[in-house]
Design a protein around this ligand. Structure first.
Ligand code: URP
Ligand code: ZN
Ligand code: ZN
Length: 457
């Protein structure tokens, strides 16, 4: 078998950068060592060789407020690959009371022809029933061992009440499933929405204040402790929310969570007319002081950066007609996630290993894909990013692969640049040629039981 050698770079290995070459044979990393020889040798002097990033939270082709998120599984894959992401985890949507297996099979049929990087799914529960519970063992056997529930969104009937929440958590424990939680107190939000006209973007923060997130995380943390359910809080937007996770974990709950680039780099000064609706997501972006504190939380309770990538075009967002009920919520992120996370290290907010692990090893371990994904260990998938730490990237929507026409990070400059991305040994992106992978070559990854070490308890 022909060997490609990535030479003269620094490799992220055993939580540090080391000087070594890396050999790729077929789809796997075959060797790491000094002065390796092969058929095709690539000189990467000055670059870093990192494990392909994992975006554990994306929404491709998601229907929301009468629109559909702008990236499908192909354009989303291209954008991800250009940002050094080689695996994404999307979601299924239960519309009525279908069983979990049926919905998963439908979503895989939708994803597989288009996916150009590897992928998995989390299964969302809207209506909890005996049928859903009975499907859980088979769901795990099929390689999906994470469910997602919402503590808000009552208008679309996605919100779980506390009784169902408790029941779902007990079923998760029985079936060794991790529960992903969208933590916002939906009842308080509903009540606040009655007190506001919802005709301006400023009402988004007024009706979804920080306390709604903090209370919901506090409640789910308590229930996690009582039930023993493994909980992963998605899109943590506030430092106070991250603190609730830390406290619950200190008490013995198995709980961790993710934050997203929008909460690390944006703040609510953007949420003003006339363009503020282009920055809308739930939970909303917060006071600026949260940015740095959330980075610091990545050294503590939060173990992952993922994106909640849910892009809409300006036209989609503009269709809201000054009514928050009609505003499709969500922001793009997957293409800039790795760069933005590494900049937490370059700007001295977090350690290098924290930055890299939070988008590679940690999501791989938490979601049962390690070491196949998220590592550079010999014998594992050759999912690799070549990153130039000495270059700079200025975000310009014109140069991005995602299928939308604005970036919330437009004109921001970050240190470093993604130079090449390899998926299972194949070069699928290069900075000079753009996306060079193929539609449909992404593989559904059957996930195994996760490692619990990153849930504090
Ligand atoms: O605003 C967001 N986050 N849109 C995507 C759906 C969700 O709640 O994750
Ligand atoms: Zn959510
Ligand atoms: Zn989401």
């Amino acid at each position: 078998m022909k060997k490609t050698i990535l030479k003269n770079a620094k490799l992220f290995y055993d939580n540090d950068l080391i000087k070594a070459d890396l050999a790729i044979a077929g789809e796997t990393i075959s060797q790491i060592g000094l002065n390796l020889k092969g058929d095709n040798e690539v000189d990467l002097t000055g670059c870093w060789v990192l494990p392909g990033a994992i975006d554990a939270h994306v929404h491709f082709s998601l229907p929301f407020a009468g629109r559909v998120s702008a990236d499908d599984f192909f354009t989303g894959s291209c954008a991800a690959a250009a940002g050094g992401v080689t695996t994404f985890i999307d979601f299924t949507a239960q519309k009525n009371d279908e069983g979990l297996i049926e919905i998963v099979n439908n979503r895989i049929s939708q994803a597989q022809p288009d996916a150009a990087i590897d992928y998995s799914l989390h299964a969302c529960i809207k209506n909890f029933s005996k049928k859903v519970e009975n499907d859980m063992p088979e769901l795990c056997k099929s390689g999906i061992n994470s469910l997602k529930i919402f503590m808000a969104y009552s208008k679309t009937k996605m919100m779980q009440n506390d009784a169902h929440l408790y029941q779902i958590m007990k079923s998760c424990v029985k079936n060794n499933i991790t529960l992903l939680v969208h933590a916002e107190n939906g009842t308080i939000i509903d009540n606040l929405e009655k007190c506001h006209k919802l005709d301006c973007i400023e009402d988004l923060s007024k009706t979804r204040p920080e306390l709604t997130e903090v209370e919901a995380i506090n409640r789910i943390g308590f229930l996690a402790l009582q039930t023993g359910c493994r909980v992963y809080v998605v899109h943590v937007s506030s430092a106070a929310g991250a603190e609730e996770i830390r406290h619950a974990a200190l008490r013995g709950a198995k709980i961790t969570g993710e934050t997203c680039p929008q909460y690390l780099y944006l703040d609510n000064s953007k949420l003003v007319s006339p363009e503020g609706h282009l920055y809308s997501c739930c939970p909303p972006i917060r006071e600026k002081s949260n940015n740095i504190k959330l980075f610091v939380s990545l050294e503590q309770a939060l173990k992952v950066v993922a994106t909640d990538h849910c892009p809409f075009t300006k036209e989609d967002k503009n269709s809201w007609g000054n009514n928050l009920n009609n505003l499709p919520m969500g922001l793009p992120g997957t293409e800039t996630m790795l760069l933005q996370t590494l900049n937490g290290y370059f700007s001295k907010k977090i350690k290098l290993k924290t930055a890299i692990n939070s988008v590679t090893k940690n999501p791989a371990k938490i979601f049962g894909m390690y070491p196949q994904k998220g590592s550079l260990l010999p014998g594992t998938d050759a999912d690799i990013v070549v990153f130039d730490p000495n270059a700079t990237t200025t975000i310009d929507v014109k140069n991005l692969n995602m299928n939308t026409d604005y970036s919330p990070y437009q004109s921001m400059t970050f240190k470093g640049k993604v130079i090449m991305t390899f998926l299972r040994g194949k070069n699928i992106y290069s900075h000079s040629k753009g996306f060079i992978g193929k539609k449909g070559t992404g593989r559904f990854i059957k996930r195994k039981a996760p490692s619990e070490e990153l849930f504090y308890g």
